[in-house]
Write a protein of this length. Structure first.
Length: 367
Protein backbone atom coordinates (compact mmCIF):
# COMPACT_ATOMS: atom_id res chain seq x y z
CA UNK A 1 0.00 0.00 0.00
CA UNK A 2 2.65 2.47 -1.04
CA UNK A 3 0.87 5.81 -1.07
CA UNK A 4 2.98 8.76 -2.09
CA UNK A 5 3.05 12.48 -1.37
CA UNK A 6 4.88 14.57 -3.96
CA UNK A 7 6.84 17.64 -2.84
CA UNK A 8 6.40 20.37 -5.46
CA UNK A 9 7.36 24.03 -5.79
CA UNK A 10 9.23 26.47 -7.99
CA UNK A 11 13.02 26.04 -8.31
CA UNK A 12 15.07 27.19 -5.29
CA UNK A 13 12.35 27.15 -2.63
CA UNK A 14 14.45 24.62 -0.64
CA UNK A 15 12.33 21.61 -1.61
CA UNK A 16 15.31 19.29 -1.73
CA UNK A 17 16.68 20.64 1.57
CA UNK A 18 13.34 19.72 3.09
CA UNK A 19 13.30 16.33 1.37
CA UNK A 20 16.79 15.59 2.72
CA UNK A 21 15.62 16.39 6.25
CA UNK A 22 12.64 14.12 5.80
CA UNK A 23 14.41 11.10 4.46
CA UNK A 24 18.10 11.66 5.16
CA UNK A 25 18.44 10.48 1.55
CA UNK A 26 20.67 13.31 0.35
CA UNK A 27 19.15 14.81 -2.79
CA UNK A 28 21.71 17.26 -4.17
CA UNK A 29 20.38 20.69 -3.29
CA UNK A 30 22.31 23.13 -5.44
CA UNK A 31 21.29 26.70 -6.08
CA UNK A 32 20.19 26.45 -9.70
CA UNK A 33 16.91 25.41 -11.33
CA UNK A 34 16.28 21.75 -12.25
CA UNK A 35 18.78 20.34 -9.81
CA UNK A 36 16.30 17.50 -9.24
CA UNK A 37 15.26 15.93 -12.54
CA UNK A 38 14.54 12.30 -11.68
CA UNK A 39 12.24 12.27 -8.66
CA UNK A 40 13.92 11.18 -5.43
CA UNK A 41 11.78 8.78 -3.42
CA UNK A 42 12.16 8.62 0.35
CA UNK A 43 10.46 6.04 2.59
CA UNK A 44 9.87 7.98 5.78
CA UNK A 45 9.05 6.74 9.27
CA UNK A 46 5.87 8.21 10.75
CA UNK A 47 6.56 9.47 14.29
CA UNK A 48 3.96 8.12 16.74
CA UNK A 49 4.15 8.62 20.49
CA UNK A 50 1.64 5.81 21.05
CA UNK A 51 4.06 3.24 19.62
CA UNK A 52 6.77 4.34 22.09
CA UNK A 53 4.31 4.20 25.03
CA UNK A 54 3.25 0.64 24.13
CA UNK A 55 6.88 -0.41 23.76
CA UNK A 56 7.67 0.96 27.24
CA UNK A 57 4.91 -1.20 28.74
CA UNK A 58 5.64 -4.41 26.79
CA UNK A 59 9.42 -4.16 26.31
CA UNK A 60 9.37 -6.11 22.99
CA UNK A 61 12.32 -7.51 21.06
CA UNK A 62 11.69 -5.02 18.25
CA UNK A 63 9.61 -1.95 17.44
CA UNK A 64 8.38 -1.41 13.87
CA UNK A 65 6.89 2.01 12.99
CA UNK A 66 4.76 2.64 9.92
CA UNK A 67 6.02 4.56 6.87
CA UNK A 68 4.90 6.92 4.13
CA UNK A 69 6.59 7.63 0.79
CA UNK A 70 7.60 11.17 -0.11
CA UNK A 71 8.72 12.06 -3.64
CA UNK A 72 10.87 15.11 -4.43
CA UNK A 73 9.75 16.35 -7.86
CA UNK A 74 11.73 18.72 -10.11
CA UNK A 75 11.02 22.46 -9.76
CA UNK A 76 8.35 23.74 -12.11
CA UNK A 77 8.45 26.87 -14.28
CA UNK A 78 5.85 28.86 -16.26
CA UNK A 79 4.76 27.02 -19.37
CA UNK A 80 5.19 23.52 -17.92
CA UNK A 81 1.80 22.43 -19.27
CA UNK A 82 3.21 23.17 -22.73
CA UNK A 83 6.40 21.24 -21.94
CA UNK A 84 8.59 24.22 -20.88
CA UNK A 85 11.53 23.48 -18.60
CA UNK A 86 10.98 19.92 -17.48
CA UNK A 87 7.23 20.38 -17.72
CA UNK A 88 6.04 17.09 -19.16
CA UNK A 89 8.18 15.05 -16.81
CA UNK A 90 7.08 17.15 -13.84
CA UNK A 91 3.39 16.71 -14.61
CA UNK A 92 3.75 12.96 -15.18
CA UNK A 93 5.50 12.63 -11.81
CA UNK A 94 2.74 14.56 -10.03
CA UNK A 95 0.08 12.40 -11.66
CA UNK A 96 1.62 9.32 -10.03
CA UNK A 97 1.42 10.73 -6.48
CA UNK A 98 -1.65 10.57 -4.21
CA UNK A 99 -1.31 13.98 -2.55
CA UNK A 100 0.74 17.16 -3.00
CA UNK A 101 3.00 18.94 -0.53
CA UNK A 102 3.40 22.40 -2.05
CA UNK A 103 6.47 24.25 -0.73
CA UNK A 104 6.31 28.05 -0.90
CA UNK A 105 9.22 30.40 -0.34
CA UNK A 106 8.32 32.71 2.54
CA UNK A 107 11.82 33.97 3.39
CA UNK A 108 14.12 36.75 2.13
CA UNK A 109 17.64 35.70 1.19
CA UNK A 110 19.74 37.59 -1.38
CA UNK A 111 22.07 34.61 -1.76
CA UNK A 112 19.33 32.35 -3.12
CA UNK A 113 18.03 33.46 -6.47
CA UNK A 114 14.29 33.47 -7.12
CA UNK A 115 13.31 32.44 -10.65
CA UNK A 116 10.97 35.44 -10.90
CA UNK A 117 13.30 37.91 -9.20
CA UNK A 118 11.25 38.65 -6.07
CA UNK A 119 9.64 36.83 -3.12
CA UNK A 120 5.86 36.52 -3.54
CA UNK A 121 4.48 33.17 -2.31
CA UNK A 122 0.93 33.83 -3.58
CA UNK A 123 2.20 34.47 -7.11
CA UNK A 124 4.39 31.33 -6.85
CA UNK A 125 1.39 29.27 -5.75
CA UNK A 126 -0.68 30.64 -8.63
CA UNK A 127 2.04 29.77 -11.19
CA UNK A 128 1.93 26.10 -10.18
CA UNK A 129 -1.87 26.07 -9.81
CA UNK A 130 -2.23 27.62 -13.26
CA UNK A 131 0.00 25.03 -14.94
CA UNK A 132 -1.81 22.14 -13.24
CA UNK A 133 -5.22 23.65 -14.07
CA UNK A 134 -4.25 24.05 -17.74
CA UNK A 135 -3.24 20.40 -17.91
CA UNK A 136 -6.51 19.36 -16.25
CA UNK A 137 -8.48 21.54 -18.65
CA UNK A 138 -6.82 19.70 -21.55
CA UNK A 139 -7.82 16.35 -20.00
CA UNK A 140 -11.41 17.46 -19.32
CA UNK A 141 -11.94 18.98 -22.77
CA UNK A 142 -10.65 15.82 -24.45
CA UNK A 143 -13.08 13.71 -22.36
CA UNK A 144 -16.00 16.05 -23.09
CA UNK A 145 -15.34 15.72 -26.83
CA UNK A 146 -15.55 11.91 -26.41
CA UNK A 147 -18.80 11.67 -24.40
CA UNK A 148 -20.76 14.76 -25.51
CA UNK A 149 -22.46 13.13 -28.51
CA UNK A 150 -23.45 9.98 -26.59
CA UNK A 151 -24.73 12.04 -23.65
CA UNK A 152 -26.87 14.39 -25.74
CA UNK A 153 -28.31 11.99 -28.33
CA UNK A 154 -28.20 8.41 -27.00
CA UNK A 155 -29.70 6.89 -23.88
CA UNK A 156 -26.29 6.09 -22.37
CA UNK A 157 -26.67 6.73 -18.62
CA UNK A 158 -22.93 6.59 -17.93
CA UNK A 159 -22.17 9.07 -20.70
CA UNK A 160 -24.77 11.49 -19.29
CA UNK A 161 -23.31 11.18 -15.80
CA UNK A 162 -19.75 11.69 -17.06
CA UNK A 163 -20.82 14.67 -19.18
CA UNK A 164 -22.50 16.31 -16.17
CA UNK A 165 -19.40 15.83 -14.01
CA UNK A 166 -17.01 17.01 -16.74
CA UNK A 167 -18.95 20.20 -17.50
CA UNK A 168 -19.05 21.16 -13.80
CA UNK A 169 -15.31 20.60 -13.47
CA UNK A 170 -14.66 22.58 -16.66
CA UNK A 171 -16.67 25.56 -15.31
CA UNK A 172 -14.50 25.64 -12.18
CA UNK A 173 -11.22 25.28 -14.10
CA UNK A 174 -12.28 28.06 -16.49
CA UNK A 175 -12.64 30.35 -13.45
CA UNK A 176 -9.01 29.63 -12.49
CA UNK A 177 -9.96 27.43 -9.52
CA UNK A 178 -8.75 23.91 -8.75
CA UNK A 179 -10.90 20.82 -9.34
CA UNK A 180 -10.78 19.95 -5.60
CA UNK A 181 -13.14 22.88 -4.91
CA UNK A 182 -16.04 21.10 -6.71
CA UNK A 183 -18.36 19.06 -4.49
CA UNK A 184 -20.53 16.25 -5.84
CA UNK A 185 -23.61 14.90 -4.06
CA UNK A 186 -24.11 11.38 -5.41
CA UNK A 187 -21.72 8.43 -4.96
CA UNK A 188 -21.76 7.80 -8.74
CA UNK A 189 -20.68 11.38 -9.47
CA UNK A 190 -17.90 11.18 -6.86
CA UNK A 191 -16.65 7.91 -8.35
CA UNK A 192 -16.71 9.34 -11.89
CA UNK A 193 -14.81 12.43 -10.65
CA UNK A 194 -12.13 10.32 -8.90
CA UNK A 195 -11.60 8.26 -12.06
CA UNK A 196 -10.60 11.39 -13.99
CA UNK A 197 -7.34 11.43 -11.94
CA UNK A 198 -7.07 15.20 -12.21
CA UNK A 199 -3.95 16.92 -10.91
CA UNK A 200 -5.83 19.69 -9.12
CA UNK A 201 -8.20 17.20 -7.45
CA UNK A 202 -5.40 15.82 -5.29
CA UNK A 203 -5.40 16.90 -1.64
CA UNK A 204 -2.76 19.57 -0.94
CA UNK A 205 -0.74 20.77 2.03
CA UNK A 206 0.93 24.18 1.72
CA UNK A 207 4.31 24.35 3.45
CA UNK A 208 5.47 27.89 4.13
CA UNK A 209 9.24 27.74 4.24
CA UNK A 210 10.31 30.63 6.51
CA UNK A 211 13.50 31.93 8.13
CA UNK A 212 14.44 30.73 11.63
CA UNK A 213 13.06 33.84 13.37
CA UNK A 214 9.59 33.16 11.89
CA UNK A 215 9.51 29.39 12.55
CA UNK A 216 7.14 29.69 15.52
CA UNK A 217 4.66 32.40 14.51
CA UNK A 218 5.17 32.89 10.77
CA UNK A 219 5.56 36.25 8.98
CA UNK A 220 3.82 38.59 6.51
CA UNK A 221 4.32 36.11 3.64
CA UNK A 222 2.57 33.35 5.62
CA UNK A 223 -0.39 35.65 6.23
CA UNK A 224 -0.62 36.33 2.48
CA UNK A 225 -0.72 32.57 1.79
CA UNK A 226 -3.32 32.01 4.52
CA UNK A 227 -5.57 34.62 2.92
CA UNK A 228 -5.06 33.16 -0.58
CA UNK A 229 -5.99 29.57 0.33
CA UNK A 230 -8.81 30.18 2.81
CA UNK A 231 -11.51 28.91 0.37
CA UNK A 232 -9.60 25.79 -0.65
CA UNK A 233 -10.01 23.80 2.54
CA UNK A 234 -6.24 23.16 2.43
CA UNK A 235 -3.93 22.96 5.42
CA UNK A 236 -0.94 25.27 6.00
CA UNK A 237 2.24 24.27 7.80
CA UNK A 238 5.04 26.66 8.81
CA UNK A 239 8.62 25.43 9.01
CA UNK A 240 12.17 26.63 8.43
CA UNK A 241 13.93 24.12 6.13
CA UNK A 242 17.39 25.43 7.00
CA UNK A 243 16.70 25.03 10.74
CA UNK A 244 15.31 21.55 10.07
CA UNK A 245 18.54 20.56 8.32
CA UNK A 246 20.46 21.67 11.42
CA UNK A 247 18.14 19.61 13.64
CA UNK A 248 18.68 16.56 11.42
CA UNK A 249 22.44 16.74 12.05
CA UNK A 250 22.09 16.15 15.81
CA UNK A 251 22.92 12.58 16.73
CA UNK A 252 20.62 11.99 19.70
CA UNK A 253 16.94 12.60 20.41
CA UNK A 254 17.87 14.57 23.58
CA UNK A 255 20.11 16.98 21.63
CA UNK A 256 17.35 17.59 19.10
CA UNK A 257 14.78 18.29 21.83
CA UNK A 258 17.15 20.71 23.56
CA UNK A 259 17.71 22.63 20.31
CA UNK A 260 13.94 22.74 19.65
CA UNK A 261 13.13 24.14 23.09
CA UNK A 262 15.82 26.80 22.59
CA UNK A 263 14.06 28.09 19.46
CA UNK A 264 10.59 27.76 21.05
CA UNK A 265 9.24 24.67 19.26
CA UNK A 266 7.70 21.55 20.83
CA UNK A 267 8.40 19.23 17.91
CA UNK A 268 10.33 19.60 14.68
CA UNK A 269 8.66 20.87 11.53
CA UNK A 270 9.62 17.63 9.81
CA UNK A 271 7.71 15.53 12.39
CA UNK A 272 4.68 17.80 11.95
CA UNK A 273 5.00 17.57 8.18
CA UNK A 274 5.13 13.77 8.16
CA UNK A 275 2.05 13.56 10.40
CA UNK A 276 0.22 16.06 8.16
CA UNK A 277 1.19 14.09 5.03
CA UNK A 278 -0.17 10.94 6.65
CA UNK A 279 -3.45 12.69 7.48
CA UNK A 280 -3.56 14.20 3.98
CA UNK A 281 -3.57 10.69 2.50
CA UNK A 282 -6.43 9.84 4.93
CA UNK A 283 -4.35 7.15 6.57
CA UNK A 284 -4.78 5.80 10.09
CA UNK A 285 -2.74 3.46 12.29
CA UNK A 286 -3.59 0.33 14.23
CA UNK A 287 -1.15 -1.66 16.38
CA UNK A 288 -0.23 -5.26 17.03
CA UNK A 289 1.46 -5.69 20.38
CA UNK A 290 3.33 -8.69 21.74
CA UNK A 291 6.64 -9.63 23.35
CA UNK A 292 8.25 -10.34 19.96
CA UNK A 293 7.29 -7.02 18.40
CA UNK A 294 5.16 -3.92 18.80
CA UNK A 295 4.22 -2.75 15.34
CA UNK A 296 2.23 0.05 13.70
CA UNK A 297 0.18 -0.82 10.60
CA UNK A 298 -1.29 1.63 8.10
CA UNK A 299 -4.89 1.45 6.91
CA UNK A 300 -7.35 3.73 5.12
CA UNK A 301 -9.89 5.69 7.08
CA UNK A 302 -13.17 3.72 7.08
CA UNK A 303 -11.71 0.24 6.50
CA UNK A 304 -13.36 -2.74 8.18
CA UNK A 305 -11.57 -5.39 10.24
CA UNK A 306 -11.00 -7.97 7.42
CA UNK A 307 -9.40 -5.33 5.15
CA UNK A 308 -7.12 -4.24 7.99
CA UNK A 309 -6.18 -7.88 8.64
CA UNK A 310 -5.22 -8.14 4.95
CA UNK A 311 -2.56 -5.45 5.48
CA UNK A 312 -0.58 -8.00 7.54
CA UNK A 313 -1.18 -10.89 5.13
CA UNK A 314 -3.82 -11.66 2.49
CA UNK A 315 -4.56 -14.99 4.26
CA UNK A 316 -5.71 -13.03 7.32
CA UNK A 317 -8.36 -11.33 5.18
CA UNK A 318 -9.44 -14.48 3.31
CA UNK A 319 -9.86 -16.59 6.44
CA UNK A 320 -10.97 -13.82 8.81
CA UNK A 321 -13.05 -15.13 11.76
CA UNK A 322 -13.01 -12.29 14.30
CA UNK A 323 -10.84 -9.55 15.77
CA UNK A 324 -9.99 -9.00 19.42
CA UNK A 325 -9.76 -5.25 19.95
CA UNK A 326 -8.28 -3.21 22.79
CA UNK A 327 -8.63 0.55 22.79
CA UNK A 328 -5.28 2.32 23.15
CA UNK A 329 -6.35 4.35 26.21
CA UNK A 330 -7.53 1.18 27.97
CA UNK A 331 -4.21 -0.55 27.29
CA UNK A 332 -2.26 2.39 28.75
CA UNK A 333 -4.63 2.62 31.73
CA UNK A 334 -4.48 -1.09 32.68
CA UNK A 335 -0.87 -1.65 31.60
CA UNK A 336 -1.10 -5.10 29.97
CA UNK A 337 -3.30 -7.29 27.77
CA UNK A 338 -4.04 -9.64 30.69
CA UNK A 339 -5.22 -6.75 32.89
CA UNK A 340 -7.45 -5.44 30.08
CA UNK A 341 -9.03 -8.90 29.68
CA UNK A 342 -9.61 -9.14 33.43
CA UNK A 343 -11.33 -5.77 33.47
CA UNK A 344 -13.60 -6.97 30.65
CA UNK A 345 -12.42 -4.20 28.34
CA UNK A 346 -11.39 -6.37 25.38
CA UNK A 347 -13.89 -6.22 22.52
CA UNK A 348 -14.59 -9.13 20.16
CA UNK A 349 -15.58 -7.78 16.75
CA UNK A 350 -16.84 -9.34 13.51
CA UNK A 351 -16.48 -8.56 9.81
CA UNK A 352 -18.47 -5.32 9.94
CA UNK A 353 -16.32 -3.61 12.59
CA UNK A 354 -14.86 -0.31 11.33
CA UNK A 355 -11.33 -0.12 12.73
CA UNK A 356 -10.47 3.06 14.65
CA UNK A 357 -7.18 4.93 14.76
CA UNK A 358 -5.05 3.57 17.64
CA UNK A 359 -6.88 0.21 18.04
CA UNK A 360 -4.70 -2.66 19.25
CA UNK A 361 -5.77 -5.66 17.18
CA UNK A 362 -5.42 -9.41 17.42
CA UNK A 363 -6.89 -11.28 14.43
CA UNK A 364 -8.31 -14.82 14.49
CA UNK A 365 -8.34 -16.49 11.10
CA UNK A 366 -8.58 -19.89 9.49
CA UNK A 367 -7.22 -20.76 6.04
Amino acid sequence: MALQCGIVGLPNVRKSTLFNCLSNAKAQSANFPFCTIEPNVGVITVPDERLNKLAELINPQRIVPTTVEIVDIAGLVKGASKGEGLGNKFLANIRETDAIIHVLRCFDDDNITHVDGSVDPVRDKEIIDYELQLKDLETVEARIAKVQKQAQTGGDKNAKLAYGVLTRVKEVLDQGKSARTVEFESKDEQKCFRELFLLTAKPVLYVCNVDEASAVNGNKYVEQVREAVKDEGAEILILAARTESEIAEFETYEERQMFLSEIGLEESGVARLIKSAYALLRLKTYFTAGVQEVRAWTFHDGWKAPQCAGVIHTDFEKGFIRAEVIKYDDYIHYGSEAAVREAGKMGVEGKEYVVQDGDIMHFRFNV
